[in-house]
Design a protein around this ligand. Structure first.
Ligand SMILES: [Zn+2]
Length: 267
């Protein structure tokens, strides 16, 4: 029977090395060390060491597995960089990448000063519902979650249109969204109100009276102005924090354990 594959190819940073059952990075593996298997579906993986993409594993077709789905090359690079940088700190233990907890797979997991932390890197196709569900799953597991997004140039502009998940992170982390810059450097961004200027205009009514409107600033519903805080180090500048469920405006944030920076409000 010919089954048409509808899933796009998914790529992974790590695979399970068959000979010793260890999880290994594609970057540190060679073809001779194989075979390698998927930690999820156990099917065989192909090791690809390219010059353009981050070294990775891919499933040997045909397969039907969602591991690594929705992850971009930038996402994998970020994950590997955070993992490698965290491994240099002695107060960071139990470090793992793509750590499988059953209900959730953490991009990076570790204990920082014995506090369990899951680092989740936002991928484009993750909905607010999924983020909420994952955050609740971590809460039940007793793990603090740090949601990160990749830094983008638009954050330097005055007028920024936030995506739904950015609004969600902003509500969850008390007015901050965390963006990964490099290694363990995190840029915390607050989104301040943006005001649109409403041009003044005047005209005459039918009865000949002069009418006027505008000439003032009005808060924009759509836009915000990014306000960048001091750069943070993921391994040293965050604390665990327990947060109750809350609804603010249209954003619902569940009961959660968040990993929150130690900065005072900078806005
Ligand atoms: Zn698989």
């Amino acid at each position: 029977m010919n089954i048409k594959m509808t899933l796009g190819e998914t790529l992974m940073l790590c695979g399970i090395r068959f000979q010793d059952n260890l999880k290994v990075f594609a970057s540190y593996s060679e073809k001779e060390h194989g075979p390698f298997n998927c930690p999820g579906c156990k099917h065989e993986l192909v090791l690809r060491k390219g010059r353009i993409k981050v070294h990775h594993f891919a499933h040997k077709p045909p397969y039907h597995c969602q591991r690594g789905e929705g992850e971009s090359d930038a996402h994998r690079m970020c994950k590997e960089s955070i993992y490698n940088s965290l491994s240099k700190y002695t107060h960071v233990t139990n470090l793992d990448v793509e750590a499988d907890f059953g209900a959730v797979i953490a991009d990076v997991y570790c204990l920082i000063n014995n506090v369990p932390v899951a680092i989740e890197i936002q991928r484009s196709n993750l909905s607010v519902n999924e983020i909420t569900a994952r955050t609740s799953a971590y809460e039940k597991l007793g793990i603090n979650v740090l949601w990160l997004a990749l830094f983008n140039k638009k954050l330097g502009e005055k007028k920024y249109s936030r995506k739904a998940w950015e609004k969600w992170c902003h509500a969850t982390y008390y007015g901050r969204v965390y963006y990964w810059v490099a290694d363990l450097t995190i840029a915390p961004v607050h989104f301040a109100e943006f005001q649109n200027y409403v041009e003044s205009s005047s005209w005459y009514s039918e009865s000949g009276e002069e009418q006027s409107a505008g000439g003032y600033y009005k808060y924009s519903k759509r836009y915000r102005t990014p306000s960048l805080g001091t750069f943070l180090n993921l391994a040293t500048d965050f604390n665990p924090h327990y947060k109750k469920a809350r609804t603010s405006g249209t954003v619902y944030t569940p009961q959660s354990r968040v990993y929150l920076d130690k900065l005072k409000k900078w806005w």
